[in-house]
Design a protein around this ligand. Sequence first.
Ligand SMILES: Nc1nc2c(ncn2[C@@H]2O[C@H](COP(=O)(O)OP(=O)(O)OP(=O)(O)O)[C@@H](O)[C@H]2O)c(=O)[nH]1
Ligand SMILES: [Mg+2]
Length: 289
Amino acid sequence: MASPCVRLSVKRFFEMSVAPGCLNRAYSTSQSFAKVLRLPKRQLTKLVYPLQELELYLDPDARPDLHLRIFDPSLEDIARAENFFAATAKNRIEYLSSAVRLSHAPDSSRPEVCFIGRSNVGKSSLIKALFSLAPEVEVRVSKTPGHTKKMNFFKVGKYFILVDMPGYGYRAPEDFVDMVETYLKERRNLKRTFLLVDSVVGITEKDKIAIEMCEEFALPYVMVLTKIDKSSKGHLLKQILQIQNFVNTKTQGCFPQLFPVSALNYSGIHLLKCFIVNIIGNLNDSNFR
Ligand SMILES: Nc1nc2c(ncn2[C@@H]2O[C@H](COP(=O)(O)OP(=O)(O)OP(=O)(O)O)[C@@H](O)[C@H]2O)c(=O)[nH]1
Ligand SMILES: [Mg+2]
């Protein structure tokens, strides 16, 4: 549970009034998001709301039944959430520590979110993309699978902690099961688990084991589809429909919306930041349909 103090400060952030049409003046929008807001509409939609852009390619008759989008924040809310991820003297974003077992994890009552998935699926790259406004934070990425060997904890201001996990599957660390299962089962301040699936490959047998584990531990989790820049629109849409169907029919604890992202061109990254901020604050229900 987020502490009442964290919830209040996040809530205040979201309640700052914004006059319609005055987005850039009402409060400080980060420079990079101000640039995003100046993009032509089509490009902006592709970058900020990738599912909405993909829906345009669907048969119009099929669209109303699909409910691909449940979390649907405004650009104002996304811009506000962006500020949580911008490093400033008052909002320090930094690497905290690494751990190979839960007892070595930082002792914190701050809410935490973690990122799990196959080795090489793009966990560290996603965190690096989330931290693009804190470039001094080093998040190591590698094309060699099995690169991240420990659980790496990063502090985001005074609000919450992000955890980069080692991957499962090829070249996973030997103590992976002890380390990750115990963390997921016992970490008391864990608010949400983000399970990353490669959008090019789809859900693999190894991913199904991870999904079963999340279900068994009754974890609230969210499926993020990575590397969407690598697929054609057709292939991506096909994968999204298949995975959405899997989520709808085979899972209980999975949030019923997928989050497609690219750490390469930042598509979907701003929306994911806003989702994380909403989870931490546990508020602003108006962003959910
Ligand atoms: N094209 C593209 N490549 C990506 C993207 N995300 C990650 N990659 C590449 O995928 C490879 C693996 O990325 P990592 O972020 O290190 O993957 P990981 O899941 O942390 O891997 P482990 O630490 O080994 O478990 C790297 O070569 C990245 O550059 C993406 O969105 N698009
Ligand atoms: Mg990694």
